[in-house]
Design a binder for this molecule. Structure first.
Ligand code: SF4
Length: 490
């Protein structure tokens, strides 16, 4: 875009300057690699875009942001060129703003709530947040002042967004933090679930390195509940946070589910994104194949785009509702379309058809029509009688979402009370049925956004801090697990 002249103060209005998006690589180039597709605003553009914020007295963007980020304040600072101050303010409510700004579906959160939507395009909140925080990393502006050591030790189980955010908060409060991760590399879903074209791995590594510099210890390749017991950790640590995610795929209840050539989304994404033979399982080869992806969330979008980057001949999404009722982010849908993904809406898979060798050859589908809205507000799909048709597919990726994994009796994690969905039950401080054991993120609420895991983790860290200082009592009957804002993974 043409250079935007910088004014000394926050004097632009939304009618003078249109919304910009950060530079995006052309689709023909980006399908050839896994690098991020967006880059940062330059300083002048960041200032001008921030100056579009009208600093309304009742900022709806803060309500739309699950972290209640102080958006108008850091927009005003950015507009004045005070980037380090803006970034510090954004870090005061978020433990990984450089990551949330990349993976949040802003159109459903902060930007969706921006009051400018009533007249024009919203402020580019995510892109400005990314700019100021990258600026801070590149200008030595991310170090924090830590409280004096308290002598308390906490264990964090899982190094995904919830685990990292909880570790960050507790380390800042002066507690000794050890993170246990089952995989050989830290980062959880940020590394093995979110494709690098949305979030490059070095961005997550940089955040983990920062935590390590602040004294957080990482123990990798350790499965709590199996290699070491939860009871053993409770003896050694003063409090524990369970941020173990929800990675058990929802069951594929279709005839033909046993055919060759059918794979779950998460192992596929992990294999194509993580450069480690220790992670990923049986190889899933899409090269030269026509790939059908079942589901309409962001994981489905990630599968389509990853399949195309991995050499798939075609990648087609089969989704039972229409575009307006699809849970996936519109931004990611548009990016997938640009990259050559195909979408068949109002198409419900009902069976998988095999060839003579026992390999999948097609997905049998029925046409759907939309009825009245259900409890979630989305219109319920209904099958059109006699509308069966086959969609040819040489590989099927199942992206129907995840549930928290149930714990077998031999793991003492099974002693933590769960709700009917398998999520940990928690009290108002995020404490589970076991005193001193807290939980948050997908392992409580089911699959949801990175930013929701960060919010839960911040709340749990506060609860743990109160517990460690004797100010939080254990509620003997935790209320049922919260399921307020589930949705597609970021
Ligand atoms: Fe928007 Fe997410 Fe940043 Fe909040 S954390 S301001 S929702 S991009």
């Amino acid at each position: 875009m043409p250079a935007i002249p910088v004014k000394p103060h926050n004097k632009y209005s939304w009618s003078e300057i249109t919304r910009a998006i950060p530079p995006k690589r052309p689709a023909s180039e980006r399908v050839g690699d896994f690098r991020e597709i967006y880059s940062e605003f330059d300083e002048a553009t960041a200032r001008a875009q921030a100056a579009r914020c009208i600093e309304c007295p009742n900022p709806l963007c803060m309500t739309g942001c699950p972290l209640a980020n102080r958006i108008p304040e850091w927009m005003a600072l950015t507009a004045q060129g005070l980037f380090l101050e803006a970034a510090a303010l954004s870090r005061s409510t978020s433990n990984m703003p450089e990551i949330c700004s990349r993976v949040c579906p802003q159109e459903k959160l902060c930007e969706g709530a921006c009051i400018l939507n009533a007249r024009t395009d919203p402020v580019a909140i995510g892109a400005v947040e990314r700019f100021i925080n990258e600026y801070a990393f590149h200008h030595g502006g991310v170090e924090v002042v830590q409280a004096p050591a308290t002598g308390k030790k906490v264990a964090i189980i899982g190094s995904g967004p919830g685990g990292l955010a909880c570790a960050d908060e507790l380390a800042k409060l002066g507690h000794g933090v050890t993170v246990f991760e089952a995989q050989p590399i830290p980062g959880g879903l940020l590394v093995n679930g979110i494709p690098a074209f949305k979030l490059e791995k070095h961005i997550v590594e940089r955040r983990i390195d920062l935590l390590a510099r602040h004294g957080v210890e990482f123990r990798l390749g350790v499965r709590v509940g199996w290699d070491i017991s939860l009871a053993g950790l409770r003896d050694k640590y003063d409090a524990i946070f369970l941020g173990i995610g929800a990675q058990k795929p929802k069951p594929l209840d279709l005839t033909g589910a046993e055919l060759d050539g059918i794979a779950e989304a998460l192992p596929f994404l992990t294999q194509k994104n993580v450069d480690s033979p220790l992670v990923g399982g049986e190889p899933i080869d899409v090269k030269g194949r026509r790939v059908a992806v079942l589901g309409g969330g962001d994981t489905a979008m990630d599968c389509l785009r990853t399949a195309l980057r991995s050499g798939a001949r075609e990648a087609v999404c089969l989704y039972r509702r229409d575009l307006a009722n699809m849970p996936g982010s519109r931004k990611e849908y548009a990016n997938a379309l640009e990259e050559g993904a195909q979408f068949q809406f109002l198409t419900n898979p009902v069976a998988l058809i095999g060839d003579a060798t026992g390999r999948v050859a097609a997905v049998r589908c029925v046409r759907m029509e939309l009825g009245a809205p259900d409890a979630s507000g989305r219109r319920s799909p209904k099958a059109v009688a006699g509308s069966d048709f086959d969609v040819p597919a040489e590989l099927v990726l199942v992206a129907y979402g995840f549930d928290p994994a149930p714990f077998p009796a031999e793991s003492d994690l099974s002693q933590v009370a769960t709700d009917k969905w398998g999520g940990f039950r928690i009290d108002g401080n995020q404490m589970t049925s076991l005193p001193g054991v807290f939980a948050g993120g997908d392992s409580v609420r089911g699959p949801s956004l990175v930013v929701h895991a960060v919010r839960d983790a911040r709340k749990a860290a506060l609860g743990m801090h109160l517990y460690l200082s004797g100010r939080a009592v254990h509620a003997p009957f935790p209320r049922a697990g919260l399921r307020p804002e589930t949705g597609a993974k970021a």
